[in-house]
Design a protein around this ligand. Structure first.
Ligand code: ZN
Length: 354
C-alpha cells in the first residue's frame, strides 16, 4: 500500500492546545477530519473519541493514541498579575525556565513566559540547584490581579508555545507535544486508510484517548467500554541515538529505524510475532524494544481488560520537553504496518497464546 503523511493535519493537531483533561478542541478537530470516513463516530462522557470501521464485526480491534499532552493548570493569580500553576503530567523542571507558553483563557489564547530570576542574581550555591516547580510562575504581562482576571480563570490551562518545524533532510520534525498527538494522528490515519476498502474481517475502534499523562484514565474507560479482542497502543518511545542516551538502558533504537515493536509481559506474544512477521514480509523497517513490566502507556490499561495487546512506539528524542523530535518516515511505516496487520486478521485468529 502507499500512504503519505498528511502534514497539514498533523501540524494542526500537534499545535492545538490539549493539556491533560482539556482535550476538547483537539477531539472536535479529529471528529471533523474523520466524520466522512468512519462508519460510526462518537464520544463518551470522559472525552474519549471513537471512530469505528466495520462496527458489526464480532471481532474487535482497539487502536489507541492519547491526544493529551503535558501542560500547566492555573491555580492562583497573585496581586501583581502573575499566574501560579500545578503541572498536568510529568515535567523535567530543569527544562522549564524561560520557555514560552500559551494560556487557553476565556477570551482566547494569550501568550506567557515561565519566569525565573537571571543567573546574575543567583548566589553561587543557588546556581547548582535544580529549580523547584512550585517556585516557577507564568508572566502574561499584566500588572495587577484584576487585569489578569479579565483574561484568565482559575482552572484554565497552558501548554508550550512551540510550533511544528521540519528539521534537517531526513524527514525529521520537531514540535511540543508529539507525545502523543502523533499517536492520535496515527490512529486517525489508519482509520482513514481502512475506510477506503472495508473488505476485511475485523471491526476497528480507533480511539483518541484522554488523560493518559495522569494515569491512563481515558484508555481505561475506553477499553472497558469496547472490550476488544486485540488492542494496540501507539505512543512515543525513547530513541537511543542522541549523544546523552545510553543504549544499555533503552535498547538500540533510532529515528528513521521504523516502528518500535515492544516485547514483554504487557504484550501478547502471538500478536508480537504476527506484527514482526508482517513487517518482514512486507519489507517494512522495524525495531524492537524490551519492556520488563506493565508499560506506562495505554497498552497497560488495554491489557487489563483481557485483550491481546501490542505497543507500537514512535521513536522520539527529548520526550516531555518543548522540542520533541520524531521522523515522519517512522509514522508512515507505522500506518502501513498496522493497516497490513488489520487486513490480515481472519476468523480463525484467536491470539490466545497457550
Ligand atoms: Zn505518551
Amino acid at each position: 500500500m502507499s500512504y503519505e503523511v498528511n502534514e497539514e493535519f498533523l501540524k494542526k493537531l500537534v499545535t492545538t492546545p490539549r493539556a491533560t483533561g482539556y482535550e476538547l478542541t483537539a477531539q472536535r478537530g479529529i471528529k471533523e477530519y474523520l466524520k466522512k470516513e468512519a462508519d460510526k463516530i462518537y464520544a463518551d462522557r470522559v472525552g474519549n473519541l471513537y471512530a469505528v470501521v466495520n462496527p458489526d464485526s464480532p471481532f474487535k480491534i482497539m487502536l489507541a493514541g492519547h491526544i493529551d499532552q503535558i501542560g500547566f493548570q492555573i491555580s492562583y493569580i497573585d496581586k501583581k498579575g502573575y499566574l501560579w500553576f500545578k503541572p498536568l503530567g510529568g515535567f523535567d523542571v530543569t527544562t522549564l525556565p524561560g520557555k514560552r507558553v500559551k494560556i487557553s483563557g476565556k477570551k482566547g489564547i494569550i501568550p506567557g513566559v515561565l519566569g525565573k530570576k537571571a543567573i546574575h542574581l543567583m548566589k553561587p550555591e543557588e546556581r547548582k540547584k535544580v529549580p523547584e516547580m512550585e517556585k516557577l510562575f507564568i508572566d502574561i504581562g499584566c500588572t495587577s490581579k484584576e487585569e489578569a482576571e479579565k483574561l484568565v480563570d482559575i482552572g484554565d490551562f497552558a501548554t508550550f508555545d512551540y510550533g511544528f518545524q521540519k528539521l534537517g533532510d531526513h524527514e525529521f520534525a520537531v514540535a511540543a507535544g508529539f507525545d502523543d498527538a502523533i499517536g492520535a494522528f496515527i490512529v486517525t490515519e489508519i482509520v482513514k486508510e481502512l475506510a477506503k476498502d472495508k473488505d476485511f474481517y475485523a471491526g476497528v475502534y480507533g480511539v483518541s484517548t484522554v488523560q493518559e499523562e495522569i494515569g491512563l484514565r481515558g484508555a481505561t474507560v475506553a477499553a472497558r467500554a469496547i472490550q476488544p479482542h486485540v488492542g494496540i497502543a501507539f505512543d512515543v518511545g525513547h530513541a537511543a541515538d542522541s549523544p546523552d542516551v545510553k543504549k544499555k538502558l533503552v535498547g538500540d533504537t533510532k529515528l528513521g529505524g521504523g516502528p518500535i515493536i515492544v516485547r514483554g509481559p504487557n504484550i501478547n506474544p502471538v500478536l508480537y510475532k504476527r506484527l514482526v512477521d508482517i513487517a518482514k514480509d512486507k519489507k517494512i523497517p522495524y525495531q524492537t524494544m524490551a519492556w520488563h513490566r506493565g508499560t506506562g502507556t495505554d497498552a497497560n490499561a488495554i491489557q487489563l481488560t483481557g485483550a491481546a495487546t501490542a505497543l507500537i512506539s514512535i521513536p522520539n528524542r527529548y520526550m516531555h520537553t518543548a522540542s520533541e523530535v520524531i521522523c515522519l518516515d517512522d509514522v508512515k511505516n507505522i500506518v502501513k504496518l498496522t493497516v497490513e496487520f488489520i487486513r490480515s486478521v481472519i476468523e480463525t485468529d484467536t491470539f490466545i497464546p497457550v
